[in-house]
Design a protein around this ligand. Sequence first.
Ligand code: PPE
Length: 308
Amino acid sequence: MAISKAEWIWVNGQLVPWEEAKVHVLVHGLHYGSSVFEGIRAYDTPRGPAIFCLSNHVDRLFYSCRVFRLAVPFSKAQITDAILETVRANGHKACYIRPLIFRGFGGLAIDGRENPTEVIVATWEWGAYLGEEALMQGVEVGISSWRRMSPGTLPAMAKIGGQYVNSQLATMEAHDRGFSEGIMLDVNGYLSEGSGENLFLVHQGIIYTPPLAASILSGVTRNSVLTLADELGYPVREEFLTREMLYLADEVFMTGTAAEVTPVRAVDGVPVGNGGRGPVTKALQEAFFGIVRGEVKDRHGWLTFVDD
Ligand code: PPE
């Protein structure tokens, strides 16, 4: 999906014009995937743009840096301000926000900790990740031949750039097979997640989702959806799930900042339930979109209003 250019990008403490936000070809992050990032959304509400779960994203960004031993020359409060400042400066009503922290230009020792850390915050206007129609009709996915990393290989809960090579392999394969997304299994063959989304299924009135130990990213949207599901009175189980549960499920859906709450209508060409969006998925979408669009009271303090 093409990026629509905004005016400013925050780079190491100041806003610079979009075209000027460049790096040297020898930055460590480019060679070794030594970066960490976040994907955050701001929604258009009657009170102006509101960022969804900002503090959770900033916390995860710093968690990723901690795991990756990436020293950040800014505090959480400074990064939070940088995000608000960039959204304001670009005058977005709604946007996608991409903070990125990477090992910059210096040596090219694999260790990389000698290199300076660079921090940027970019924003751009981005519609529904898998298409508007996908939110209503659902998408077709396939089980990827690529597995998620094993727990001893890479820290799955950290959002580290290099780990997205795994996601790229899965998505490219899915697209070549005519699917919107690839669902990966973990090293033991249990369901894990999509290339950029967490996975849920509904079976006989119970909502299931793979646990953190299934090599998933601890999704911010996943956590919100678990809260909403609980409030709506659905029993929720986080447990290891076999692939066949996807063929047995009444409903399947995926969550993510970019993907929001997207129904899955077929897995490997097998229709899920009635082959469309199911009632539980619809109820969760309504609860989610009601809050982010400022139509329903934000009981959990999930929104940060940019203009306040
Ligand atoms: N798993 C993976 C691997 C992942 O990348 C994401 C977010 C999620 C789960 C859902 O997490 P959360 O956004 O906190 O609910 N993927 C981000 C990047 C997508 C991209 O195309 O880049 C996102 O949705 O912003």
